[in-house]
Design a protein around this ligand. Structure first.
Ligand SMILES: *[C@@H]1O[C@H](CO)[C@@H](O)[C@H](O)[C@H]1NC(C)=O
Ligand SMILES: *[C@@H]1O[C@H](CO)[C@@H](O)[C@H](O)[C@H]1NC(C)=O
Ligand SMILES: *[C@@H]1O[C@H](CO)[C@@H](O)[C@H](O)[C@H]1NC(C)=O
Ligand SMILES: *[C@@H]1O[C@H](CO)[C@@H](O)[C@H](O)[C@H]1NC(C)=O
Ligand SMILES: *[C@@H]1O[C@H](CO)[C@@H](O)[C@H](O)[C@H]1NC(C)=O
Length: 413
């Protein structure tokens, strides 16, 4: 594969290496807040703008959000619910473990580390994300994605019908059917909110990460930039009230970051302030423009095929992918991939992460957000875009291929 000088050009070769050498993949931290609110909103908005109108309408109808201020503020109905799963994790404690994958590195002699040439040590494959070991009883973000996408597929056939005018409505003919339908709608809303959030989470590298340091939550770091930032939690302060502990932890002093929260929040907030005038929509536009320049990325992110979110093989790949990014870019503080003789140095407690770390990692953050957006769009289009009636199939071009081309064409304005 061709090597190019720009950062993105390197993904091909990096990913090929990962595949060839069976690098580790894996899971997530035990107590982090997920991608910060911004990350989830960005993933949801990137996805939203790639959906067919029909799918957008279905999702709008299903979510039935009447607060238009909320939609304006977050950017789309999907973004308006993208952080719901974090807000309920205290009320639904069973859901807390669904936000990440813990790679059981504690069970592996020597632990799991980034190896520029894992060929030298085949034992590193023990470090791969192993579903049976790292997602027992489907309890991890990969299992949750399988769970909620399956529930949505099964429920949506019963819930959505077409009126004679071919306008979307919910099926509610008889009374008992009505009750059932509303029960399904409730379940579907919840499944959709979880799925939207979890597809975001599985793309945050440190949400597929080591058990031993709780996905970087146990590694306190300092964040020193050349150019002072006013990290902007205040902007969202009112929306953090449900989790004052996290507000306190992250705000207002930079030195209270840990490696996990750096990736959830600090890196994104820094780029937002530096490059996008603190406007989330500017950042989304830039990411969309980047994706337009790289149509091959859409193919890459959707290469596992249709219904990837329902397919173990694919969801394991998504987790493995994040895990290898975690080892290579999050846990590692230098840039060993730049030269075969540079040994990787891991971030450790108390380390200062500086301008270099920020500058070299932000392309990874951007790529992960884009990957999450594309896969969320593809997943939702798979689930909601396929119509049972042949008329609707025609609307859609009648084939998966046409859905693909819609995704490839990208953002509609
Ligand atoms: C949508 O929400 C409104 C206001 O909360 C409610 O009155 C209405 O019944 C809901 N519609 C559906 C289809 O659930
Ligand atoms: C609508 O959403 C906005 C923004 O989150 C919030 O401030 C407001 O209280 C909400 N309004 C209602 C009626 O819930
Ligand atoms: C391979 O990795 C294991 C675990 O990290 C380590 O104990 C062992 O010494 C390594 N072997 C070689 C040849 O590097
Ligand atoms: C699957 O979804 C159900 C309903 O929300 C939930 O009770 C269960 O814990 C979920 N399991 C996984 C692995 O996500
Ligand atoms: C799941 O994905 C793999 C890899 O793309 C594919 O070979 C397999 O056929 C898929 N399984 C199903 C049931 O679609």
């Amino acid at each position: 594969m061709m090597m190019t000088n720009n950062w993105y050009g390197r993904f091909d070769s990096i990913q090929t290496c990962l595949a060839l050498f069976c690098l580790v993949v894996a899971s997530l931290p035990s107590c982090g807040v997920a991608w910060g609110e911004l990350g989830h909103e960005i993933v949801a908005n990137l996805a939203w703008h790639r959906l067919s109108l029909q799918t957008q309408h279905k999702i709008e109808a299903l979510l039935n959000i009447t607060n238009t201020t909320l939609i304006e503020q977050t950017g789309s109905p999907l973004a308006a619910v993208a952080n719901w799963a974090d807000h309920v994790r205290h009320f639904l404690p069973w859901s807390a473990e669904l936000h990440y994958i813990d790679i059981r590195d504690n069970l592996i002699a020597g632990g799991c580390h980034f190896l520029p040439n894992p060929n030298n040590n085949m034992s590193s494959c023990d470090c791969d994300f192993q579903y049976d070991r790292d997602c027992p009883e489907d309890i991890c973000v990969a299992g949750a994605i399988l769970n909620y996408s399956t529930q949505l597929v099964n429920a949506q056939k019963q819930v959505f019908v077409r009126s004679p005018q071919r306008r979307l409505r919910f099926g509610n003919s008889g009374n008992s059917e009505k009750r059932e339908t509303f029960k399904s709608i409730d379940g579907m809303q919840q499944s959709l909110k979880f799925l939207t959030h979890f597809i975001g989470d599985i793309h945050q590298p440190l949400h597929a990460s080591r058990t031993t340091d709780k996905g970087g939550n146990d590694i306190d770091v300092q964040y020193h930039l050349l150019q002072k930032q006013h990290l902007i939690h205040v902007r969202h302060a009112n929306r953090f009230t449900e989790n004052p502990a996290s507000l306190q932890r992250h705000h207002p002093h930079h030195h209270s970051w840990n490696l996990h929260s750096m990736w959830d929040t600090a890196l994104i907030e820094t780029t937002l302030e530096r490059d996008y005038d603190n406007k989330r929509s500017n950042m989304e536009d830039a990411l969309e423009a980047l994706l337009q320049k790289h149509p091959e990325w859409v193919e890459r992110y959707t290469s596992c095929g249709n219904y990837a979110a329902l397919n173990n093989t694919c969801v394991i790949q998504w987790g493995q992918e994040s895990w290898s990014y975690a080892l290579e870019y999050a846990y590692t503080k230098n840039e060993p991939w730049k030269g075969t003789h540079t040994k990787p140095v891991e971030v450790s407690e108390g380390d200062v992460l500086d301008e270099d770390y920020y500058l070299t990692r932000i392309p990874v953050v951007n790529e992960r957000l884009i990957a999450g957006g594309v896969r969320l769009a593809f997943t939702l289009e798979n689930i909601f875009g396929q119509e049972d009636s042949s008329v609707d199939m025609q609307d859609f071009g009648g084939s998966v291929l046409s859905m693909w081309s819609k995704l490839l064409v990208g953002r509609r304005h």
